[in-house]
Every structure is written in C-alpha cells, then in structure tokens.
Design a binder for this molecule. Structure first.
Ligand code: HAM
Length: 423
C-alpha cells in the first residue's frame, strides 16, 4: 500500500494555493486598513493552555485535541484554535504594557480530531483577529465589520450574521438556573450529549443539532430576559453600531458558541450553500480568558474564519477567485548547447527585468515548443534558431497577433517592454 495523507487533511496544489494567496492578500490588506498587526505563535502549546483557556467541558478539549507527551514528558497539544495562544502571547510578551487595545491577526493551521466531512477537517486553516484590552462595544462592532467587508469584497452572497449575547459571570448563573429548571422535566427526552450538558453547561443544549433537543429548546427562557444592565447596554450599543454601519444581522438567542470563554457578544456568519458546516466564521467577546490563564482581568474580543470554508463558499456560488496564470514570454530554442545557454541567459535577464518567463529545458521540436507556449498562455515567444543566432538575433513572436520579427539580442528586453506596455 502506498502512503496516503492522514484522514481529514488536504494537499493544496498550485491551482488551489494561488486562490489561497489571493485570499490572504486581501486579508492582509484589510488588516493594514483596520490596524491589526500579525502575530505568529507556535502550532503546539502546553496542553494546559487549552484545557484552561478553551474550557475543560468543551468538545474541543474533551474529544478533539491532538495531545502527546514530548521526550521530556511534557503534555503538548497541537493548537485547536488560536485565541488562547494569542492571550498567552499577550501576557508572555507583556503587550499589556503597550497602548491598548492591542490588535492582532493570525493565519495558519489548526488541528481538531473531528469526524471529517465536507467543510470539516482535522487540519484546517483559520484567519483570525483578536482585539485585546478594550471593553468597548465599538471593538466588537469593528470585528464584525471587518468580517462583513471581507466577505463583501470577495463577492460572497447570502451571508447571515447571527448575533447573540451570552451574558457575563454576573448574569449567566441566573440564566443557567432558569434553563435547568426548564429542561429538568425533559431530561429523559434529551440526547445523550445534552444530558451531559445539563449540569455543566445547559446553554449548549440550545444549539444542539438534534431535532428533539431543538423542539424542546424552542420554548426555553431567553437570555435577553436575564442580562444584567451592563450586558444589556453593551448588546444594545453593538447593535446600534451595526445598524448605523448598514451591517445586516439577525438576533439568535439560541446561538451559543462551542468554546467556553465567551462573555457578552457572540456571533457567527453563516452561508447555507456550503452544506451542514455553514459557519464561515465565528467569534465574540471573552473578557475572562486572560485572567483564566494567569493575567490581570483584561477585556477582549475577536473572531476566526475557516479559510477552506470561504473558498468552498466562493466555489459553490460559481464566483471563484480569479488567478493570473498567464506568461509574458516563453523562450524557445534549438537543442544545441550554445543556443540553450543563450536562451537561458535571456530568460534570466528578462526575469530580472520583471517579466514572467519560462523556457523549454530540453531539445523538443520547434512545433512542440510553440504548442507549449500556447498551453502556458504566453503573450510572446522568443525563438532562438541557428541562422538568426549566427547574426546575433532571435525571433520575437507575438502569440496573439501572430507577427514575428528578428530582433538583435541586446534589444529584446526593451522591445518586449514596449510591446507589453502597448498590449
Ligand atoms: P470556532 O467557531 O471554533 O472559533 O472556529 C472558527 C471558524 O473556523 C469556524 O466558523 C469555521 O469556519 C472554522 N472551523 C472550525 N473548525 C473547523 C474544521 N474542523 N474544519 C474546517 N473549518 C473549521 C474559534 O476557533 C475561536 N478561536 C474564534 C475566536 C477568535 N473567538 C474569539 N476570537
């Protein structure tokens, strides 16, 4: 048996990675506009960072982490997400000493041992933003506005921004209690996972995918009736800002995110065309996380998007990212070593001058080489034939117009620049 890649992972080939690079360029451009600087953290961390940060009771920590002991017996985990690492880096590098908020972005692979299916992988890629050190609703609104602009710039249609507030340690316990009272008489009817959730985190029952749990949850008390005045005001202000910026959203009181650290704002953007894994991003406020991992109490908000899912959404909408796979020049020559060397020297010179150039390495017929020039969508071909080369010239052929001139070697670069500027 030949060796294949592990389940739930992907190989991205040049035709795919060209699209990834375009998406990454747009994200970096937006980060420059919005004032986020790039953070790069290790892809593995001490396991405790995630068990404390993401939460011991979450599916991620209980079932999905790639955890192993290193040679010195330390427990190490491949990062399942990057918010906890961003908070660790904020503390470890004393970023709290800088002007607040500190606005960071990241992109890279994350690892979760999930059941692979369309849009759900074991190694996937996230782009994310974290705004650390601001409790202001404007920080929440800015994160959502960024995501909104990104998807709109890509031309993704049919987005639905789902917004909720999950309260804070002041008001959530009362809501939790109300939910337990509501669900207790139905305990036997709930699915196995929800029965587990009942004690630890009954809010999670609200976004269970099982129809029965959803049916029971439909009549559950709403968090909006339990938010403390501070959370209610924060939630109202975030909404007012989104409305002022013409960002459409719907309130979804049952949207509870799968990570434990959220407080106040929680949001997801969904698009139904990509199937069951419809969340193309998710995020929210996590005012308790930095303290949880050993820092001073620091408010923060962020989001992350699944890059594979963004590309899947574009593809599903028939609006794939355009990539430039054309060539300026294809250099053709006879098989003689002297001709090949001259062709090689010209290729190098033209590349240094900024042209996109390829050459034929071997001794193929001129016809086969012309075919290759066509296949590579070259605008021009430079042809080194023996008789012209003897006169210090090569033929410059316009692949679209069809014309061909013998041009002195020293003039080819300028001639090409002229022609390409005109085309
Ligand atoms: P999350 O909702 O777990 O949040 O993941 C964010 C996004 O990553 C999802 O909306 C989805 O697009 C993508 N994603 C998650 N799991 C997979 C998977 N197995 N395969 C493909 N894509 C996936 C977080 O990770 C938080 N750290 C977001 C955040 C940042 N909150 C505050 N700051």
């Amino acid at each position: 048996m030949s060796i294949v890649r592990p389940r739930g992972t992907n190989d991205f080939l040049p035709a795919d990675t060209a699209k990834w690079q375009k998406m990454e360029e747009l994200l970096r451009e937006l980060c420059r506009k919005y004032g986020f600087g790039e953070l790069r953290t290790p892809v593995f961390e001490e396991t405790e960072l995630f068990s404390r940060g993401v939460g011991d009771t979450t599916d991620i920590v209980q079932k999905e982490m790639y955890t192993f002991e290193d040679h010195a017996g330390r427990s190490i985990t491949l990062r399942p997400e990057n918010t906890a690492s961003a908070c660790r880096a904020y503390l470890e590098n004393k970023l709290y000493g800088q002007v607040q908020p500190v606005k960071l972005y990241y992109m890279g692979p994350m690892f979760r041992y999930e059941k692979p299916q369309a849009g759900r992988f074991r190694q996937f890629h996230q782009f994310g933003l974290e705004c650390l050190g601001s409790a202001e609703p404007a920080a929440d609104a800015e994160i959502i506005a960024f995501a909104w602009e990104f998807y709109n710039r890509l031309g993704i249609k049919g987005l639905q921004v789902k917004l909720n507030s999950v309260g804070c340690p002041n008001c959530r316990p009362k809501y939790k209690q109300a939910l337990q009272e509501y669900f207790r008489p139905h305990l036997e009817e709930l699915c196995g996972s929800c029965r587990d959730r009942f004690e630890r985190n009954p809010l999670r029952i609200l976004d269970c995918k099982s129809e029965i749990c959803q049916g029971i949850g439909a009549g559950a008390p709403l968090i909006y009736d339990y938010l403390c005045p501070e959370c209610a005001e924060h939630f109202a202000t975030v909404q007012e800002m989104l409305r002022a910026a013409h960002i459409d959203y719907v309130l979804d009181p049952h949207m509870v995110r799968g990570l434990d650290y959220y407080t106040k704002t929680a949001f997801e953007i969904q698009i139904t065309e990509i199937g069951a894994q419809s969340a193309i991003c998710g995020g929210g406020r996590y005012d308790g996380l930095i303290e949880e991992i050993g820092g001073a109490s620091t408010p923060a908000v962020g989001f992350a998007l699944g890059m594979e899912r963004v590309l899947a959404a574009l593809k599903a909408q028939g609006d794939d990212i355009e990539t430039d796979n054309t060539l300026d020049v294809y250099v053709i020559s006879g098989g003689d070593t002297q001709l090949k060397a001259a062709a090689f020297a010209l290729t190098k010179e033209l590349r240094e001058a900024g042209f996109k150039v390829e050459m034929e390495f071997g001794a193929k017929s001129f016809k086969a080489q012309m075919k290759a020039a066509d296949r590579l969508k070259a605008s021009f071909a430079v042809i080194f034939g023996e008789s012209e080369f003897a006169e210090g010239k090569a033929a410059l052929k316009d692949m679209k117009e069809g014309g061909q001139d013998a041009v002195p070697l020293a003039e080819i670069k300028n001639k090409l620049a002229e022609k390409i500027a005109l085309s």
